[in-house]
Design a protein around this ligand. Structure first.
Ligand SMILES: *Cc1c(COP(=O)(O)O)cnc(C)c1O
Length: 362
C-alpha cells in the first residue's frame, strides 16, 4: 500500500498511532478477553474510559470547573435544534442571535427556527461567505437568550481570531472543524460544541461543553436525549452512549497530549496552513476562496483558473495518494482539510504537487 494522505473534511483522518492502538486492543480490551465495543456502557472499564476522556479534554483546553463536558448523540447538527430547545427559554423573549458566516452557520439558524425567535444579526451570504462580519456590542441585544457563531467555517476555511464581548448574553460556538486546533480562552464562552469526526474521533456523536448556570432552562417539550441538564446528571449515560466514539476520542486526546498539547499543535497547524497559502499567494494561478485576513488553519479552499483544470488537478492528485481534495459543491474547486492529525509531510506533498501542476499547466 503506497502512502495516502487524506484531506477529507470529515470524517477525517485520525492519527496513525491511535488507529494502531485500536487495532492492537480491539479483540481484548484491558485483558477482559472481549472488545471495547462489546462491553456495557455501565461497565466500570467503560466508565473509566469516559471519565479519563473528559478529564484529559478538560486539561487540554484548561477548562474551568464550572463547565460540564457532555457526549451527545446526533453529531453537530443535532445541536442546532438542541441548543434553542435548551436555552431559548433563558429569556422571556426567546430571542436567539445568530451570526451567519457559512453553510453550517445558516443551517444552525434554520434548524433553530421552530424553537425560538431567531435573529440573524450579521451575515456574509452576500459574497458567498468570503469574509467574516464584525460583531460589535451594539448588535447584541442584552435581552437575548444567547448568541451563536461558527468560529471556523469548514467549507471556506475562514476563522474568527477574536470573539465578541457579549456582555451577559452567553456566547455559543460551533467549533466542529477547529476544536483543539488552537489555544482559546473558554471562560469567554457559555457553550461550545463539536461533532467528533474532524479533530476528535468517529462521526455521529458530538462533544458539548456548557457552563453549569446554563443548564435547567430547557423547554418542557425537549426530548430526554436532547436535554443537556439530563445528560449532565447522567454523565452522558442516559441511554447507551456511543462507547466506541468516546473510546477513540480518549485515545486521540492522549495522542494530542503526547504532541505537547494544544499550544504545540497550534504552532504546527500554523506552519501547515502557511505552507499551502504560500503557494497560493506566490502568483495568481491559485485563488483563495476567502479574503486573506480571515484565514484559519484547518481548511484551505482555493480555485484554479478553470473547472477543467480543477478536474485535472483532482485526478492527478488522487493518483499520487492525495485523497479527497474536492471542494464543497457550494464553492467548487479544491479544499484541503488539514486537521490536527494531518502531518506536515502530507501538506508538503500537496504543496509540492501544486507547484508542479502549476508549472506544467500554467
Ligand atoms: C462538519 C460540521 C458540521 C456537521 O457535523 P455533523 O456531525 O455531520 O452534524 C457542523 N458544523 C460545522 C462547523 C462543521 O464543520
Amino acid at each position: 500500500m503506497s502512502q495516502v494522505y487524506n484531506f477529507g473534511a470529515g470524517p477525517a483522518m485520525l492519527p496513525v498511532p491511535v488507529m494502531e492502538r485500536i487495532r492492537d486492543e480491539f479483540l481484548d480490551f484491558k485483558s477482559m478477553g472481549i472488545s471495547i465495543i462489546e462491553i456495557s456502557h455501565r461497565a466500570k472499564q467503560f466508565e473509566q474510559v469516559l471519565l479519563d476522556a473528559q478529564e484529559r479534554f478538560r486539561q487540554l483546553i484548561d477548562l474551568p470547573d464550572n463547565y460540564k463536558i457532555l457526549f451527545v448523540h446526533g453529531g453537530a447538527r443535532m445541536q442546532f435544534s438542541a441548543l434553542p430547545m435548551n436555552l431559548a427559554g433563558r429569556s422571556p423573549s426567546k430571542k436567539c442571535l445568530y451570526v451567519e458566516t457559512g453553510n453550517f452557520a445558516k443551517l444552525a439558524n434554520k434548524d433553530a427556527k421552530p424553537f425560538g425567535d431567531i435573529r440573524v444579526i450579521a451575515n456574509s451570504a452576500d459574497t458567498n461567505y468570503s469574509y467574516l462580519p464584525e460583531i460589535t456590542a451594539e448588535m447584541i441585544d442584552q435581552d437575548a437568550a444567547y448568541l451563536h457563531m461558527t468560529t471556523n467555517n469548514t467549507i471556506y476555511g475562514s476563522r474568527y481570531n477574536t470573539f465578541p464581548d457579549t456582555g451577559k448574553v452567553p456566547l455559543i460556538a460551533d467549533q466542529t472543524s477547529e476544536i483543539l486546533s488552537r489555544v482559546i480562552d473558554y471562560s469567554k464562552f457559555g457553550c461550545i460544541y463539536a461533532g467528533l469526526q474532524k479533530n476528535l474521533g468517529p462521526s455521529g456523536t458530538a462533544i458539548v461543553v456548557i457552563r453549569e448556570d446554563l443548564l435547567g432552562h430547557a423547554s418542557p417539550e425537549t426530548p430526554v436525549l436532547l436535554n443537556y441538564e439530563q445528560c449532565a446528571k447522567d454523565n452522558s449515560l442516559t441511554n447507551t452512549a456511543n462507547t466506541f466514539a468516546i473510546y477513540v476520542t480518549g485515545l486521540v486526546l492522549d495522542w494530542l497530549q503526547e504532541q505537547g498539547g494544544v499550544a504545540a499543535i497550534e504552532k504546527i497547524n500554523e506552519q501547515k496552513a502557511k505552507t499551502l497559502y504560500d503557494v497560493i499567494d506566490a502568483g495568481d494561478y491559485y485563488r483563495g476562496v476567502i479574503q486573506a485576513e480571515f484565514r484559519g488553519t484547518m481548511n484551505v479552499s482555493f480555485n484554479l483558473p478553470s473547472e477543467e483544470l480543477e478536474a485535472k488537478f483532482l485526478k492527478e492528485a488522487g493518483a499520487l495518494g492525495l485523497y479527497a481534495l474536492k471542494g464543497h459543491r457550494s464553492v467548487g474547486g479544491i479544499r484541503a482539510s488539514i486537521y490536527n492529525a494531518m502531518p506536515l509531510a502530507g501538506v508538503e506533498a500537496l504543496a509540492g504537487f501544486m507547484k508542479e501542476f502549476e508549472s506544467k499547466n500554467g
